[in-house]
Design a binder for this molecule. Structure first.
Ligand SMILES: Cc1cc2nc3c(=O)[nH]c(=O)nc-3n(C[C@H](O)[C@H](O)[C@H](O)COP(=O)(O)OP(=O)(O)OC[C@H]3O[C@@H](n4cnc5c(N)ncnc54)[C@H](O)[C@@H]3O)c2cc1C
Length: 390
């Protein structure tokens, strides 16, 4: 039995998007003292839409946030597949791309922030610069703030995790590119769509537009197939030029969308990739969410696994009185099967991108086989009844 009760109480979490705040929520409820350091200067609004699976709904339910998240549902209906002239040739059922509950990622982050801001220290606009572990803790230096000691450090800082690079090695060792790049940006709903979207696909390339925020806005995306590209991840103008070159041959609304992209301040560009690691912990440092096991956007499961992972990691630390070695091993053991399933989905999704545009028959079949109905009862996880009430 563990003799050292209540050890490892202070936890630094790098990343304040989905996994980080969800973990902070649970750690606080279990009596730990989490601090979040987030590189962005402030909360990011909007962004693309994300959806959920059963166990993630359980986590949100246990956080008392299920009704709130359902109220944020984008209520996306079926979308249309269109050809180069904008003619609809198939209907894409919402069940295929939006699950049954879909929210804007920024709305989810804000909700998690609001659920934790009173109890959790947030440091925006900073990043871990170095980590030095010893027997009793981790000495952390920051790019801006003064050095601090923590008992444990969690990397919830996404696909390009700084924590992972510092504790495990360069990202090339762990990231597997799925052969697709994606750009997403905000724009006006200039087509006047109502709770729907339009998708245009040719071999190796696709563009789409979906409504957002009660049809007052839209989100558009470009996807293209490519082997790993060299580009500056901090230079959106250069990234926009890559897209413009790739989509110069136009079709459908592509010329207009390229102009909209140029003018848009909210722009995201990255490769579709997965993170594969033999272990998610190194001493007192552990990875959570995309940082440790990104399944890729094509899995549609990244948000769910971030929430499930946060719940399990905090629960195992509490159940083992902060014994990090045992807790990290138990977290990993429980989480691995989800990750394996989600990463397989991510690969299947990526492979579909390289196939000819699907027929209506195939789309209907995909809808009929959509894995679960998020409006049904959440799938229950193990109960780690917290010591402190919510
Ligand atoms: C285009 C696209 C579509 C997607 N669609 C879906 C979907 O439909 N359903 C779904 O479930 N998932 C979807 N996902 C995946 C989902 O967004 C992620 O899996 C999920 O956000 C992972 O959460 P996270 O908190 O682990 O990482 P992230 O959301 O990536 O957050 C990482 C955070 O760490 C911060 N950070 C980065 N570096 C540092 C640093 N050095 N120091 C401090 N902070 C740092 C970042 O600013 C960010 O806030 C999609 C992803 C993409 C890219």
């Amino acid at each position: 039995m563990n003799q050292n009760k209540n050890q490892n109480r202070t936890v630094l979490i790098s990343g304040g998007s989905v996994a980080g705040p969800a973990l902070a929520y649970w750690l606080h409820r279990h009596g730990f003292t989490p601090t979040i350091v987030e590189r962005a200067p402030e909360l990011r609004d909007g962004g693309y839409a994300v959806d959920f699976r059963g166990e993630a709904l359980d986590v949100l339910d246990r956080m008392g946030l299920l009704a709130k998240i359902r109220a944020l549902d984008t209520e996306m209906g079926d979308a249309a597949m269109v050809d180069a002239e904008g003619r609809t040739y198939a209907t894409l059922p919402a069940a295929v791309f939006a699950g049954d509950l879909e929210v804007l990622k920024g709305d989810l982050t804000r909700m998690l922030y609001e659920a934790t801001r009173e109890d959790v220290e947030y440091v925006f606009g900073d990043s871990i610069a170095s980590l030095e572990q010893d027997e009793d803790g981790v000495l952390v230096t920051f790019e801006r703030g003064t050095p601090r000691r923590f008992d444990l450090v969690v990397g919830a800082d996404g696909l390009h995790s700084r924590t992972r690079a510092l504790a495990f090695g360069p990202e090339e060792e762990f990231i597997r590119h799925l052969g697709i790049y994606t750009a997403i940006f905000n724009l006006d709903n200039y087509l006047g769509l109502r709770n729907t979207g339009r998708l245009y696909a040719v071999p190796g390339k696709a563009a789409n537009i979906f409504t957002a925020r009660d049809n007052t806005e839209a989100r558009a995306a470009f996807h293209f197939a490519a082997d790993s590209l060299e580009y500056d991840r901090r230079d959106p103008a250069a990234q926009k030029r890559i897209i413009a070159d790739r989509f110069a041959d136009g079709g459908w609304e592509v010329p207009r969308l390229l102009k909209e992209m140029d003018a848009s301040g909210e722009f995201f560009f990255d490769s579709n990739a997965q993170v594969e690691m033999d272990t998610w912990s190194a001493g007192r440092v552990v990875l959570l969410g995309d940082a440790g096991y990104c399944a890729g956007p094509t899995s549609g499961r990244g948000t769910s696994q971030a929430l499930i992972g946060a719940y399990l990691l905090a629960g195992e630390l509490a159940a083992r009185d902060g014994d990090h070695t045992a807790a990290f091993a138990a977290y990993e053991q429980q989480m691995r099967p989800y990750v394996a399933e989600h990463q397989a989905l991510g690969q299947e999704g990526a492979e579909r991108f390289f196939m000819p545009a699907p027929t209506q028959e195939i789309l209907d079949m995909l809808a009929a086989n959509a894995p679960e109905n998020a409006r049904t009862e959440p799938v229950r996880l193990r109960d780690y009844t917290p010591a402190t009430a919510a």
